[in-house]
Design a protein around this ligand. Structure first.
Ligand code: GDP
Ligand code: IMO
Ligand code: MG
Length: 424
């Protein structure tokens, strides 16, 4: 059984928790897109792990972890993550495989991300400043790309870096009045990365297809969320990869026909970090209540997340374009104590009601949510393990989510821990 887990909103839906939970029965977990902009939280007992580049299978000692070609790898972050997990007893030796074709995020990408955001002022995208956009731009541009395989030929890499850094410095000093970066210094760091990472670098496409032949069970771990997809999200307030399930095949060389199930992860409400339209945002006491109860602060940047009502129009769109078979509805516990809950079931755009998510942000910015209001519940859900034991109003809420998104809810999250999960 191969399963792809993907975010249906603007990221941080709880993918890490679901991947970790399902990884119990998987042989391999694969990250296929994004980079260290991701922050996937896994809680084991009282220990919390925030994974940025390693697949969430990393905290299961028997699980093989693959970082496929579609990921942009920040070697500084990755080597740090490998060391920090090793200190906690989770060694990656022999079970981590990094695609030779994955592109590397280097210092000049992170610098450029910061320069660009600063130059945009209040129109900034609100990126994570992890160098994601500039690295994917170099990948598409080809001329200045550095890939994981380049770490295996240091002489050639040195020459490449001198050329690239020289070019970048001309731009950075002219446009941003920046201090020039030192190619030699970046190269010295790359030598250290090479020592640590080269043993893990391989042909992951071949590895995955062999695993498929051997009927191994693979989990594909999406990063970000469908509404942040470069082509299908709320452009330009998106990330620079295909963060929907549509990016899975391109990101690891495995066709969708090899995936048995696509599970979309959504919170029982909506959050967003960074800029861009957010029709159901509650910049008020409700938003603060959700933020406090749900601990809605960024895993990667610590920024407070913008919070709002569940947007079924947006999630239905993500389900539709992503071929989603079932929803994992997280954080149902966080909604306890709200007297009346709203679910956005349509947008009023001009004089018309529409249930289809608009494909441009100008229309989205003018969309007014049409809400279905339902009674909430006061009970603490965090100890419930069976759907039947949920309060009637919580069950009704889940049923409405299913009705308005046109997808079954097969998993419900009632807390951050592994066992705080209801399967139906
Ligand atoms: P990801 O990026 O999709 O993996 O999500 P994040 O890890 O960035 O954010 C999700 C947060 O919610 C983390 O702090 C999780 O530990 C936590 N979490 C996940 N599922 C649940 C849930 O059902 N209830 C509660 N209260 N917390 C959850
Ligand atoms: P996970 O995998 C939430 C957002 C940023 C910003 C936009 C572009 O943890 O769900 P980028 O640094 O990618 O150029 O930023 O995308 N963003 C995320 N928001 N969760 C994420 O990842 C995100 N990765 C990027 O906040 O709005
Ligand atoms: Mg996250």
């Amino acid at each position: 059984m191969n399963t792809c887990i993907v975010g249906l909103q603007w990221g941080d839906e709880g993918k890490g928790k679901i991947v970790d939970t399902l990884a119990e029965k998987a042989d391999i977990v694969v990250r296929y897109a994004g980079g260290a902009n991701a922050g996937h939280t896994v809680v084991i007992g009282d220990t919390k792990f925030a994974l940025h580049l390693l697949p969430s299978g990393a905290v299961r000692p028997e699980t093989t972890c693959v970082i496929a070609n579609g990921v942009v790898v920040d070697p500084d972050c990755l080597t740090g993550e490998i060391d920090s997990l090793a200190q906690k007893g989770f060694t990656l030796t022999g079970r981590l495989f990094i695609s030779q074709n994955a592109h590397l995020v280097l210092d000049y990408h992170k610098a450029e991300d910061q320069f660009r955001e600063n130059s945009l002022g209040k129109n900034k995208i609100g990126t994570t400043i992890r160098g994601i956009g500039p690295c994917y731009a170099d990948k598409v541009g080809r001329t200045f790309a550095v890939r994981a395989a380049d770490l295996a030929d240091l002489d050639a890499l040195k020459q490449k870096l001198v050329k690239i850094v020289g070019h970048k410095n001309k731009i950075f000093t002219a446009l941003y009045n920046a201090e020039p970066l030192d190619a030699e210094e970046i190269f010295e760091k790359c030598k250290l990365y090479a020592q640590k990472l080269v043993p893990f670098i391989t042909d992951t496409t071949q590895l995955l297809h062999k695993a498929i032949e051997q009927k191994k069970s693979i989990l594909f771990e999406g990063a970000q969320g469908t509404l942040l997809d470069l082509d299908h999200g709320t452009f330009p307030f998106v990330t620079s990869s295909n963060a929907s399930s549509l990016g899975m095949s391109a990101g690891c060389g495995v066709p969708a026909k090899n995936v048995d199930k696509f599970i979309g992860v959504a919170k029982a409400y909506t959050t967003r970090v960074g800029s861009g339209p957010f029709p159901t945002e509650q910049n008020n006491d409700i938003g603060s209540y959700i933020r406090d109860r749900g601990h809605e602060y960024g895993t990667t940047t610590g920024r407070p997340r913008r919070c709002g009502w569940f947007d079924a129009v947006a999630v239905r769109y993500s389900v539709t374009i992503g071929g989603i078979d079932a929803i994992a509805l997280m954080h149902l516990d966080t909604l306890s104590g709200i007297k009346q809950l709203n679910i956005c079931k349509a947008y009023k755009i001009g004089s018309e009601d529409s249930t289809f998510f608009p494909s441009n942000i100008e229309t989205l910015a003018g969309a007014e949510p049409v809400y279905q209001t339902v009674d909430g519940w006061d009970e603490d859900l965090s100890g419930i393990t069976r759907f039947d034991d949920l309060p009637e109003n919580a069950k009704r809420y889940v049923a409405l989510v299913e009705e308005f998104t046109a997808a079954p809810v097969s998993i419900i999250g009632v807390g951050p821990k592994r066992r705080q999960t209801i399967f139906r």
